[in-house]
Design a protein. Structure first.
Length: 139
């Protein structure tokens, strides 16, 4: 399983806003230049994040984007769900084959989805920007 580019870009975007939380709004252009992201692609993701109530925007010369909530109140799971929907590795109801048999393997995928969801819910933007989360063990 791989995380989509959409989730990775949205997370990088949100981390940049979290790093500037409490300051002026940040233009999409500035974030695109800083992160090396596609402006067209990122502008589509911004709509989902705005709909989810995680960011606000303003127009004009000093316009741009701000977090709508504290970085402590936004988890990586929140970002994932805003972009992709709930974390479900498979669309499985636990019934396979003939439609009458309980699928033993479904408990694996449901459990893994739960572990991933819980893990991402425990990582706030604040914890990432202040270095409380040491995620280097995955590298």
């Amino acid at each position: 399983m791989k995380l989509s580019t959409k989730v990775r870009y949205a997370t990088r975007f949100m981390i940049t806003l979290a790093q500037r939380y409490g300051g002026d709004s940040v233009s999409l252009k500035d974030i695109v230049e800083k992160e090396g992201l596609s402006a067209k692609y990122l502008s589509q993701l911004v709509l989902d994040l705005k709909r989810a109530g995680m960011i606000t925007s303003s127009r004009g010369n000093s316009g741009g984007y701000l977090l709508a909530r504290s970085p402590a109140d936004i988890s990586v799971k929140d970002i994932y769900v805003a972009i992709e929907g709930e974390i479900n590795l498979v669309d499985c109801q636990g019934i396979c084959g003939d439609g009458n048999s309980l699928c033993v393997a479904s408990s694996i995928w449901i459990g893994l989805s739960r572990v991933m969801s819980d893990y991402l819910a425990d990582i706030s933007l604040e914890s990432l920007i202040v270095g409380k989360e040491n995620l280097n063990f995955f590298i």
